[in-house]
Design a protein around this ligand. Structure first.
Ligand code: SAM
Length: 310
């Protein structure tokens, strides 16, 4: 209790009528006053009004967040209860997913998200990249045939951005501080880029497919293609034109590219995978020349990439 109800600078009078200085902490930060008590212990500096205001704002925000989380948990519980009653399968729960992780056989291809573009993005866009990575992680975990998932050029900035998600170090993702060039043999790397003149038909075993970890609103058009050419590695685009017509441009988000690769590796025909993953607003619809024909990957050219550039 404060001796005055609105000035945080005042001392505290406890129940035994003893006067003490308050131990203010801003969560884990204690502000030192430079003063010492009788035993030589550092006394904390009371907050200024401004600091107190900020602290209260933060506490209120944290409380609101906790309430929202609690409400969301309740809603999820209710959804699950209703689904059970209606005999609807909501897929595996967390416990089952963990067990599945140990039992599932992974595909031999790897997907790498290249995080070497941090310096080109504002915080807001870097967070979008992380959010998309979370989605990739989540769909890969739920897949019956997950693919090896890597992150390369995982530097200090990415670590800080990622650390907002507790326990990410324990996720089933291989984090590499170094470039993908130092992790995989050069001839086993294919950079995925919509600007490539090579069209991917099938994914090769034991090959690492790189997705640029970049949200750039088309500001750095062709950057990943340029990078692949400069490094002398193979590159390829997804066969969008072959299977679907799209209203919008063909540059997809990281998680959409990831999911398309995952679904095709699971055995889904290209066209189905593209239509399943691409959102309605992209206006994806079936190409006249392939609709009705069997578009399964089995019937396609078996070369991984046409006119591969070395
Ligand atoms: C939002 S895009 C980044 C666009 C960026 N301007 C660039 O130079 O690639 C994110 C990543 O998804 C992959 N990607 C997007 N559309 C693709 C497509 N149609 N085919 C293959 N990869 C694609 C690329 O790896 C790309 O770097």
């Amino acid at each position: 209790m404060y001796s005055s109800n609105n000035s945080p600078r005042k001392e505290i009078i406890n129940e035994d009528n003893e006067v003490t200085f308050p131990q203010y902490t801003l969560f884990d930060i204690t502000i030192d006053s430079g003063l010492k008590d009788d035993e030589g212990n550092e006394l904390p500096r009371p907050f200024t009004k401004n600091q107190m205001r900020k602290w209260l704002k933060k506490v209120k925000w944290e409380n609101r967040k906790a309430e929202k989380r609690k409400a969301e948990k309740e809603r999820a519980k209710e959804r699950r209860r209703k689904a059970r009653e209606a005999n609807i399968d909501l897929g595996p729960n967390r416990k089952a997913l963990k067990k599945m992780k140990l039992e599932k056989q992974k595909k031999s291809i790897s997907i790498v998200i290249d995080l070497s573009f941090d310096h080109l993005m504002m915080e807001k866009d870097r967070f979008k990249v992380i959010k998309q990575i979370l989605r990739c992680y989540s769909i890969n975990r739920r897949s019956a045939t997950p693919i090896h998932f890597h992150i390369s050029s995982f530097g200090d900035r990415s670590k800080t951005d990622m650390s907002r998600h507790n326990g990410y170090e324990n996720w089933d993702i291989n984090f590499h501080e170094e470039s993908y060039l130092d992790v995989f043999p050069k001839d086993k790397i294919v950079y995925l880029t919509s600007e490539s003149e090579n069209v991917i038909e099938q994914f090769e075993d034991n090959t690492a497919y790189i997705i640029g970890g970049l949200v750039d609103h088309n500001q750095h058009k062709g950057l990943c293609h340029k990078k692949a050419v400069e490094h002398g590695i193979r590159h390829g685009q997804l066969p969008l034109d072959k299977y679907i017509n799209m209203k919008t441009r063909k540059v997809l988000t990281i998680d959409h590219v990831f999911e398309i690769v995952l679904r095709v590796c699971e055995g889904m025909p290209w066209q189905d995978a593209l239509l399943k993953v691409l959102p309605m607003r992209k206006g994806a619809h079936i190409c006249d020349d392939v609709s009705g024909s069997n578009s399964s990957i089995d019937t396609l050219d078996t070369t991984c990439i046409n006119e591969v550039t070395k």
